[in-house]
Design a protein around this ligand. Sequence first.
Ligand SMILES: [Zn+2]
Length: 196
Amino acid sequence: MDKKEALRIFETTGALQNGHFLLSSGLHSPTYFQCALVLQYPRYLEQFCREIVDYFREEDEIINVVIAPAIGGIVVAQEVGRQLGVRSIYAERENGKMTLRRGFAIDPSENVLVVEDVITTGGSVKEVIELVEATGAFVVGVGCVVDRSGGKVNLGVPMFAVYSTKMVTYKPENCPLCMQKIPLTKPGSRDVGERA
Ligand SMILES: [Zn+2]
Protein backbone atom coordinates (compact mmCIF):
# COMPACT_ATOMS: atom_id res chain seq x y z
CA MET A 1 0.00 0.00 0.00
CA ASP A 2 1.09 3.50 -0.82
CA LYS A 3 2.33 5.29 2.32
CA LYS A 4 0.11 8.28 1.57
CA GLU A 5 -2.96 6.07 1.28
CA ALA A 6 -2.19 4.38 4.62
CA LEU A 7 -1.72 7.79 6.24
CA ARG A 8 -5.04 8.99 4.80
CA ILE A 9 -6.82 5.95 6.27
CA PHE A 10 -5.17 6.48 9.70
CA GLU A 11 -6.17 10.13 9.76
CA THR A 12 -9.76 9.71 8.55
CA THR A 13 -10.44 6.95 11.10
CA GLY A 14 -8.92 9.03 13.92
CA ALA A 15 -6.18 6.45 14.53
CA LEU A 16 -3.54 9.10 13.94
CA GLN A 17 -4.04 12.34 15.82
CA ASN A 18 -1.95 15.50 15.71
CA GLY A 19 -1.45 17.75 18.73
CA HIS A 20 0.65 17.62 21.89
CA PHE A 21 0.48 14.35 23.75
CA LEU A 22 1.86 12.95 26.98
CA LEU A 23 2.87 9.33 26.33
CA SER A 24 2.84 6.65 29.02
CA SER A 25 6.67 6.73 28.85
CA GLY A 26 6.54 10.33 30.12
CA LEU A 27 7.78 11.67 26.78
CA HIS A 28 5.86 14.25 24.75
CA SER A 29 4.91 13.77 21.10
CA PRO A 30 3.22 15.80 18.33
CA THR A 31 1.35 12.67 17.23
CA TYR A 32 -0.67 9.97 18.90
CA PHE A 33 -1.48 6.69 17.25
CA GLN A 34 -4.31 4.38 18.35
CA CYS A 35 -4.35 1.43 15.99
CA ALA A 36 -7.61 -0.01 17.35
CA LEU A 37 -9.46 2.96 15.83
CA VAL A 38 -8.50 1.92 12.31
CA LEU A 39 -8.77 -1.84 12.89
CA GLN A 40 -12.36 -1.47 14.15
CA TYR A 41 -13.31 -1.26 10.45
CA PRO A 42 -13.32 -4.76 8.93
CA ARG A 43 -12.48 -3.47 5.46
CA TYR A 44 -9.29 -1.75 6.67
CA LEU A 45 -8.37 -4.70 8.86
CA GLU A 46 -8.79 -6.97 5.83
CA GLN A 47 -6.79 -4.63 3.60
CA PHE A 48 -3.82 -4.28 5.99
CA CYS A 49 -3.75 -7.99 6.80
CA ARG A 50 -3.84 -8.83 3.07
CA GLU A 51 -0.46 -7.12 2.73
CA ILE A 52 1.02 -9.14 5.61
CA VAL A 53 -0.37 -12.36 4.11
CA ASP A 54 0.93 -11.55 0.61
CA TYR A 55 4.38 -10.80 1.98
CA PHE A 56 4.75 -14.04 3.95
CA ARG A 57 3.09 -16.22 1.33
CA GLU A 58 6.26 -15.76 -0.71
CA GLU A 59 8.38 -17.39 2.02
CA ASP A 60 9.30 -21.06 1.58
CA GLU A 61 7.73 -22.25 4.81
CA ILE A 62 4.03 -23.00 4.90
CA ILE A 63 2.53 -21.17 7.87
CA ASN A 64 0.60 -23.45 10.24
CA VAL A 65 -0.40 -21.02 12.94
CA VAL A 66 -0.57 -17.28 13.55
CA ILE A 67 0.07 -15.85 17.01
CA ALA A 68 -0.11 -12.36 18.51
CA PRO A 69 0.53 -10.84 21.90
CA ALA A 70 -2.75 -9.76 23.56
CA ILE A 71 -4.58 -7.43 23.26
CA GLY A 72 -3.95 -5.17 20.28
CA GLY A 73 -2.59 -7.90 18.02
CA ILE A 74 -5.47 -10.34 18.49
CA VAL A 75 -7.67 -8.93 15.72
CA VAL A 76 -4.67 -8.90 13.35
CA ALA A 77 -3.92 -12.56 14.15
CA GLN A 78 -7.56 -13.48 13.67
CA GLU A 79 -7.78 -11.85 10.24
CA VAL A 80 -4.36 -13.06 9.02
CA GLY A 81 -5.31 -16.57 10.17
CA ARG A 82 -8.64 -16.30 8.37
CA GLN A 83 -6.99 -15.24 5.12
CA LEU A 84 -4.37 -18.00 5.35
CA GLY A 85 -6.95 -20.57 6.45
CA VAL A 86 -4.94 -21.51 9.53
CA ARG A 87 -5.28 -21.41 13.33
CA SER A 88 -4.99 -18.11 15.13
CA ILE A 89 -3.98 -17.92 18.79
CA TYR A 90 -2.65 -15.34 21.23
CA ALA A 91 -0.24 -15.09 24.11
CA GLU A 92 -1.07 -13.11 27.22
CA ARG A 93 0.72 -12.08 30.37
CA GLU A 94 0.38 -14.14 33.50
CA ASN A 95 2.30 -12.71 36.48
CA GLY A 96 4.15 -10.51 33.98
CA LYS A 97 5.28 -13.41 31.80
CA MET A 98 4.02 -13.98 28.23
CA THR A 99 2.19 -17.32 28.29
CA LEU A 100 -0.13 -19.54 26.25
CA ARG A 101 -3.35 -19.97 28.18
CA ARG A 102 -6.87 -21.25 27.37
CA GLY A 103 -5.46 -24.56 26.14
CA PHE A 104 -3.63 -22.95 23.22
CA ALA A 105 -0.67 -25.08 22.14
CA ILE A 106 1.98 -25.09 19.42
CA ASP A 107 3.45 -28.30 18.04
CA PRO A 108 7.26 -28.40 17.58
CA SER A 109 6.69 -29.30 13.90
CA GLU A 110 4.76 -26.09 13.18
CA ASN A 111 5.79 -22.92 11.34
CA VAL A 112 4.52 -19.88 13.16
CA LEU A 113 3.88 -16.33 11.99
CA VAL A 114 3.92 -13.71 14.77
CA VAL A 115 1.75 -10.64 14.17
CA GLU A 116 1.10 -7.39 16.03
CA ASP A 117 -0.82 -4.17 15.47
CA VAL A 118 1.88 -1.68 16.48
CA ILE A 119 5.56 -2.30 17.14
CA THR A 120 7.38 0.45 19.01
CA THR A 121 10.29 -1.21 20.83
CA GLY A 122 9.29 -4.77 19.90
CA GLY A 123 9.34 -5.92 23.53
CA SER A 124 6.10 -7.91 23.53
CA VAL A 125 6.79 -9.42 20.12
CA LYS A 126 10.27 -10.53 21.21
CA GLU A 127 8.71 -12.30 24.18
CA VAL A 128 6.25 -14.09 21.88
CA ILE A 129 9.11 -15.16 19.59
CA GLU A 130 10.92 -16.62 22.63
CA LEU A 131 7.75 -18.37 23.75
CA VAL A 132 7.25 -19.95 20.30
CA GLU A 133 10.91 -20.97 20.00
CA ALA A 134 10.76 -22.56 23.45
CA THR A 135 8.11 -24.97 22.11
CA GLY A 136 10.55 -26.09 19.40
CA ALA A 137 8.43 -24.57 16.61
CA PHE A 138 9.86 -22.35 13.87
CA VAL A 139 9.18 -18.60 13.69
CA VAL A 140 8.69 -17.69 10.04
CA GLY A 141 8.70 -13.97 10.77
CA VAL A 142 6.84 -11.02 12.21
CA GLY A 143 4.14 -9.03 10.42
CA CYS A 144 2.70 -5.83 11.81
CA VAL A 145 0.43 -3.03 10.69
CA VAL A 146 2.60 -0.17 11.96
CA ASP A 147 6.29 -0.09 12.84
CA ARG A 148 6.86 3.04 14.89
CA SER A 149 10.61 2.45 15.12
CA GLY A 150 10.99 3.43 11.47
CA GLY A 151 12.69 0.10 10.68
CA LYS A 152 15.14 0.36 13.61
CA VAL A 153 13.81 -2.53 15.66
CA ASN A 154 15.69 -5.82 15.19
CA LEU A 155 13.71 -8.94 16.08
CA GLY A 156 16.19 -11.48 14.71
CA VAL A 157 13.61 -12.85 12.22
CA PRO A 158 12.19 -11.47 8.92
CA MET A 159 9.88 -8.56 9.61
CA PHE A 160 7.25 -6.84 7.49
CA ALA A 161 5.31 -3.68 8.35
CA VAL A 162 2.46 -2.32 6.26
CA TYR A 163 3.44 1.17 7.41
CA SER A 164 6.73 2.22 8.93
CA THR A 165 7.48 5.57 10.47
CA LYS A 166 9.85 7.00 13.05
CA MET A 167 7.91 8.26 16.04
CA VAL A 168 8.82 11.81 17.08
CA THR A 169 9.18 12.22 20.85
CA TYR A 170 10.58 14.93 23.10
CA LYS A 171 11.73 14.98 26.70
CA PRO A 172 9.40 17.38 28.57
CA GLU A 173 12.30 19.78 29.27
CA ASN A 174 13.19 20.06 25.55
CA CYS A 175 9.68 19.91 24.11
CA PRO A 176 9.10 22.64 21.47
CA LEU A 177 5.33 22.20 21.88
CA CYS A 178 5.61 23.00 25.62
CA MET A 179 7.64 26.10 24.73
CA GLN A 180 4.81 27.16 22.41
CA LYS A 181 2.41 26.61 25.35
CA ILE A 182 0.27 24.17 23.37
CA PRO A 183 -2.01 22.33 25.85
CA LEU A 184 -0.77 18.83 26.70
CA THR A 185 -3.26 15.97 26.42
CA LYS A 186 -3.02 12.51 27.90
CA PRO A 187 -4.76 10.15 25.50
CA GLY A 188 -6.28 6.78 26.31
CA SER A 189 -5.41 4.64 29.29
CA ARG A 190 -1.96 3.49 30.29
CA ASP A 191 -2.09 0.30 28.25
CA VAL A 192 -3.44 1.80 25.08
CA GLY A 193 -1.38 2.99 22.18
CA GLU A 194 2.13 3.29 23.51
CA ARG A 195 2.96 -0.28 24.29
CA ALA A 196 6.36 -1.90 24.34
ZN1 LIG B 1 5.54 19.02 25.51
